[in-house]
Ligand binder design. Structure first.
Ligand code: SF4
Length: 347
């Protein structure tokens, strides 16, 4: 199958049956992966601070500076959470928090260096999202390239694409006007790639975004990856899509159905023919996430904590074997994979 454009994707979304989407998505998936195999990691997201000035209206997690309930985890708290992850057999930490004006870039460099020093190769970590990275670079009055070099030199291997939600300027003005512009986001992500660190693509659906906004997000992601590959970089390691949780947020709303999520995963898999790994979200879809393997996904993580989504209504199932029984019942062999350690940086 040839690459599809936005008009074809729109038509496919409106007219294709589930079976047709599955067949086309499986075709793209099979270029990269065995059809009946899926991989997974065990992950803990450590929300190091809930203090945030971005004020996204879809967020139930943050408190403003000086409001009651704000916290910053101590280093011992962070280490205890990593120890807990190792105890259940996981090896991937995702650091994610708010735009806390009291925590400068140096704070993060020290924190990440201390994690690297204490745990070495035993854990890998997603240090920040692009969204947090943009905020910290701006506050430090550094270019994205300079801030990326500081993190890399502190032992960071990954700055993930988290915080992208829907990458259109209009969406950002409606819901997250203090966060970043799309141009800033993509410029920062390119700087991460050029620094030698690794990154990923993410997307969140289920707010009030239109179909055309979803397609614009996918187009921007594909263009970004095309340019990375053209210039000799690996670019985006994976694409992860999850769904908005509306409980306790200013924006409110309702959750989309699992079927809409699966269809979107299929459409994205077909459209993003230049990204190898497609990750389905157990964090927001629980057992329903695994059906997305039929719709083109090949990878997932089993999360043991994420306060951001839990505050907005996500529930985490800690019976990992019980969860793994679901993809097995769908006919998949599931294999644990260690979080990727970028060779150039660990050498
Ligand atoms: S989503 Fe992130 S950046 Fe936005 S308000 Fe919540 S913590 Fe802050």
């Amino acid at each position: 199958m040839n690459r599809i454009d936005v008009d074809e994707a729109r038509r496919m979304w409106n007219e294709a049956s589930d079976e047709e989407l599955i067949e086309l998505a499986q075709g793209v998936r099979a270029r990269f992966h065995q059809p009946d195999r899926a991989t997974y990691m065990v992950m803990r997201i450590i929300n190091y601070t809930n203090v945030c000035v971005a004020q996204c209206d879809y967020c139930a997690f943050y408190v403003l500076p000086n409001q009651a309930g704000g916290y910053v985890l101590s280093r011992d708290d962070v280490f205890a959470k990593i120890d807990g992850l190792l105890e259940v057999g996981g090896d991937l930490v995702g650091f994610n928090g708010g735009f806390n004006p009291k925590l400068p870039l140096d704070y993060y460099c020290d924190l990440f260096a201390s994690v690297r020093e204490r745990y070495g190769d035993r854990v890998e970590f997603y240090a920040l999202t692009i969204a947090e990275f943009v905020y910290l670079a701006d506050n430090a009055k550094l270019t994205h390239a300079e801030a990326a070099a500081r993190l890399r030199d502190a032992g960071v291997h990954w700055v993930t694409g988290g915080g992208s939600e829907i990458l259109t300027e209009d969406f950002r003005k409606r819901h997250a006007k203090f966060k970043y512009t799309v141009r800033e986001y993509l410029d920062a992500q390119r700087a991460i790639v050029e620094s030698g660190m690794k990154t990923t693509a993410t997307m969140v659906i289920g707010f009030d975004e239109t179909l055309d906004e979803r397609l614009e997000h996918l187009q921007r992601t594909r263009d970004f990856q095309d340019e990375c590959i053209r210039d000799g970089y690996d670019g985006l390691f994976s694409f992860l899509c999850w769904t908005y949780k509306p409980y306790g947020t200013a924006f409110g709303g309702r959750e989309i159905s699992p079927r809409e999520y699966w269809r979107h995963m299929a459409l994205s898999r077909i459209f993003l023919d230049n990204v190898k790994h497609f990750r389905t979200s157990v964090l927001t879809q629980n057992a329903d996430a695994f059906r997305a393997l039929d719709f083109g996904a090949d990878d997932f993580d089993l999360p043991i904590e994420d306060e951001v989504t839990q505050k907005a209504g996500a529930t985490i199932e800690l019976d990992l074997e019980g969860l793994l029984a679901v993809p097995r019942s769908l006919g998949y062999t599931v294999e644990y994979r260690r979080a990727e350690r970028p060779a150039a940086l660990t050498a």
